[in-house]
Design a protein. Structure first.
Length: 240
């Protein structure tokens, strides 16, 4: 339904609305809700388009004005105006004149308010605060100021307050010690005091254990000698 504007009006618009794209491109960049740099969307004050006397304007003048309004409504993505405007365009000159005088700016103002509300999607605290203040004021001038400048200023504050992600320190791997750099401690041989089974392969016994063995050996010799002497005496007495 949005393609029903006569070809003559479309040609006229090519000469009458050339400044809109240039204005949008010259606007300084802003931030979106993800803090990414984007080109700002510029919202036109359509009241500036009403430069003719609607009571005495010709049909062509009325249609050119209506086509200009439709152009900005489409460019800005206004939710209802592009569809609503088709009915008076399809009607008589009197219908179009009456709509421009009474309803055009009313529908446009509602669309601006809806556009303000839409900015609350994924909004930060500063944007929410600015949006609520704009909605409370409920004025066309306030809507335009917010959509063209206030929104981007509030987003900049929200993005500036977000914590900057810090780089996580990556633990460095420790060098693996090489065989040449590692000092090897040789095990200390323990001295064993136990007798070695199998005879002559053992180590000599020294220290306190040697004295004990020698003492026991001497005692055995004494007992053996005494037993020998006693046995000889008894044998001698028995023979006599």
């Amino acid at each position: 339904m949005r393609g029903k504007i006569p070809a003559g009006i479309a040609i006229a618009l090519a000469f009458m609305v050339p400044a809109a794209p240039a204005m949008a491109q010259s606007a300084s960049p802003g931030l979106d809700q993800n803090c990414q740099t984007i080109e700002r969307k510029s919202f036109k004050d359509i009241r500036e388009l009403f430069t003719i006397d609607l009571d005495t304007a010709t049909t062509t003048q009325l249609r050119v004005l209506t086509a200009q309004i439709l152009h900005y409504a489409d460019t800005e993505g206004l939710p209802t105006l592009p569809d609503v405007i088709q009915e008076p365009l399809n009607g008589t000159s009197d219908d179009l004149r009456a709509w421009l005088k009474t309803d055009a700016q009313k529908v446009w103002a509602v669309d601006l308010r809806i556009s303000v509300v839409r900015t609350l999607t994924a909004a930060g605290p500063k944007v929410k605060e600015a949006t609520q203040k704009t909605l409370d004021e409920a004025s066309v001038d306030g809507y335009l100021a917010y959509l063209n400048d206030g929104l981007y200023a509030a987003r900049a504050l929200d993005c500036a307050s977000e914590p900057t992600p810090t780089a996580t320190a990556t633990p460095t791997s420790q060098p693996t010690p090489t065989a040449s750099a590692t000092s090897t401690v040789a095990p200390t041989a323990a001295t064993s005091t136990s007798p070695v089974a199998g005879g002559g392969g053992g180590l000599p016994v020294t220290g306190a254990d040697t004295a004990t063995v020698a003492g026991i050996g001497g005692a055995l010799l004494l007992v053996g000698g005494a037993s020998f002497v006693i046995a000889r005496r008894r044998r001698a007495r028995f023979v006599a």
